[in-house]
Ligand binder design. Structure first.
Ligand code: ADE
Length: 241
């Protein structure tokens, strides 16, 4: 795997990776879209990183499944990667053993808030579950725990969301991976999701407060693990030459 594209929702999550890889901004082909791309080389790997960019209407970082879908589609068209990495932050349950700064590899990716009770097929479509044997393999090699990455469009958690999230053993609650996985699957591009915990969803302190307080720390830890992953990918690419 020589060409790797990272999909990162927020610029705050991407900043440590862009800095340490010394990536330079490159133009996205479609100027209508807000996503921004950065490119560089790391140990023989051709790396691109795409963030969703700033929403022009609301002047905030674009997050959630809609920008994730657009960014992934455009990134695949422009960079034709051999592998996609979705690097980002997540919430997790303290009472399932998670702590701030833990980093997980998504062994399964699914929606938790796309509930369509119109029979088995719509129900399964709503869940949108993507399993990854590749992720398990890399998790083992990197010594990372495998978690179920659960995607929805809310930072907070309703009681219904909580009941669904609690069905999974170890949870990384976030807002993009399932949308990215759907596009990756359409284009037959393998995907690894690496998620770093900013907040504990069963803690008294609100998710928003924890998220803002821990975003920089969690993004730094995310960057360290993304680098370890790139090191493994680079040594594999050399072996394949
Ligand atoms: N990203 C970081 N923490 C999150 C949470 N609790 N829910 C959704 N996305 C997140």
């Amino acid at each position: 795997m020589q060409r790797i594209t990272m999909i990162v929702a927020m610029k705050q999550e991407a900043a440590p990776i862009i800095k340490h890889l010394n990536l330079s901004e490159v133009k996205m082909q479609d100027p209508v879209l807000t996503c921004q791309a950065f490119q560089g080389n790391y140990k023989g790997l051709d790396i691109s990183l795409v963030v969703n960019g700033t929403d022009r209407e609301y002047n905030v970082e674009s997050v959630g499944t809609q920008p994730a879908t657009i960014t992934t589609l455009e990134a695949i068209r422009q960079f034709t990667p051999d592998l996609l990495i979705n690097a980002g932050t997540c919430g997790a349950f303290k009472d399932k053993g998670s702590a701030i700064g833990d980093v997980y590899m998504g062994e399964k990716i699914r929606y938790f808030d796309r509930r369509i009770p119109l029979g088995e097929d719509y129900f399964a479509y709503g869940d949108g579950s993507y399993e990854s044997a590749l992720a398990l393999d890399y998790a083992n090699r990197l010594g990372l725990k495998g978690a179920v990455v659960c995607t929805g469009n809310s930072l907070d958690m309703s009681p219904t969301d909580e009941a669904i999230l609690r069905e999974e053993p170890l949870v990384a609650k976030e807002m993009e991976a399932a949308a990215i996985a759907a596009v990756a699957k359409m284009y037959k591009t393998p995907l690894l999701a690496v998620k770093s915990v900013t907040d504990l969803v069963d803690e008294e302190c609100t998710t928003a407060e924890q998220f803002l307080a821990n975003l920089a720390k969690a993004s730094e830890l995310l960057q360290q693990h993304v680098f370890k992953l790139l090191d493994v990918l680079s040594s594999e690419a050399k072996l394949a030459c």
